[in-house]
Design a protein around this ligand. Structure first.
Ligand SMILES: Nc1ncnc2c1ncn2[C@@H]1O[C@H](COP(=O)(O)OP(=O)(O)OP(=O)(O)O)[C@@H](O)[C@H]1O
Ligand SMILES: [Mg+2]
Length: 273
């Protein structure tokens, strides 16, 4: 049971309205040593408030590029991305990214890492910030490890710290780029369960990138399948299963089988259509 908070901390922990994202006709190319690569080709995608959407597809199909554009870290050559109707022009605390490698600061302990994201948040005293950081460490089950050094943690614990750090500033959108790819299957499954609980409780809009088709069917309200070179949306799947979802059910296997068949049926010559 999470401890109750008072005053400005309660306000800080209150639910914020999740964002709606509109990706309209977005194209992006990169100049590489071997020529120009069309990473994204006229992508259109609407993500609803509090929707959990998974982007899946083979390497190089533009998933990270799209995530970076939503984060405001990259910009499209053409097209526009809107969060709640406002053009995204820069990174913002309302849209935070969690990467595959936890990207934690090794010179700070667990608590310091979670606190870091709150440092510049206005309207909070230092005590408030510490209370908020403690709350999120409790949420991800790491209270006992708040003074641990980063190098003392397992991969799964590091990703929990990274999740707490991304959640602490209370963003409207959480952008996750293969956050569990480097973890063993058991740790991953625990995190699937925890992430679904946190998402339901905190009502975030989540865009989750993965290579793992079963993972996408387990987590997503919708799975968007991308095809590579040029990066395009090939197909979308709505996952109509109750939550929390377990990885090893036959219903989930049926959905992931369907997505996998679509993934395998892709022929590069379709790209020229
Ligand atoms: N900064 C960059 N400079 C040059 N090319 C890039 C850059 N970023 C991405 N690309 C190219 O754009 C294409 C899409 O890359 P992106 O990283 O978005 O793919 P991805 O779907 O995330 O792949 P993966 O599953 O391997 O992470 C690739 O062909 C990649 O080489
Ligand atoms: Mg990527």
């Amino acid at each position: 049971m999470l401890r109750k908070k008072t005053g400005s901390v309660t306000q800080e922990l209150a639910l914020v309205p999740p964002s709606k994202l509109s990706i309209e006709n977005v194209s992006k190319s990169f100049q590489t040593a071997t020529g120009k690569v069309l990473a994204l080709d006229r992508i259109n995608l609407q993500v609803n408030e509090a929707e959990f959407i998974c982007l899946v597809g083979p390497s190089g199909c533009g998933k990270t590029t799209l995530l970076n554009i939503i984060a405001g870290l990259e910009f499209p050559d053409s097209g526009i991305v809107l969060a709640d109707g406002k053009k995204i022009t820069a990174p913002g605390r309302d849209r935070l990214v969690m990467f595959q490698e936890s990207a934690l600061f090794p010179w700070l302990d667990v608590f310091g890492n979670v606190l870091f994201g709150l440092k510049l948040k206005p309207g909070l005293t230092n005590k408030d910030r510490r209370d908020v950081a403690k709350y999120y460490l409790e949420l991800v089950g790491l209270t006992k490890f708040e003074r641990a050094n980063i190098h003392e943690l397992s991969g799964g614990m590091k990703q929990r710290v990274a999740l707490a750090r991304a959640l602490a500033p209370n963003p409207r959108v959480l952008l996750m780029d293969e956050p569990f790819a480097a973890l063993d299957a058991l740790t991953r499954e625990q995190l699937y369960g925890d992430l679904q609980t946190i998402w339901k409780e905190k009502k975030k809009t989540i865009v989750f990138v993965t290579h793992n088709v079963r993972e996408s069917a387990c987590l997503g309200d919708r799975v968007v399948l991308f095809s590579p070179h040029p990066g395009r949306i090939q197909e979308e799947f709505r996952i109509e299963l109750p939550r929390p979802r377990e990885m090893n059910t036959s219903e989930l296997a049926e959905y992931s089988g369907k997505i996998m068949r679509a993934l395998k049926s892709y022929r590069p010559e379709q790209a020229n259509a």
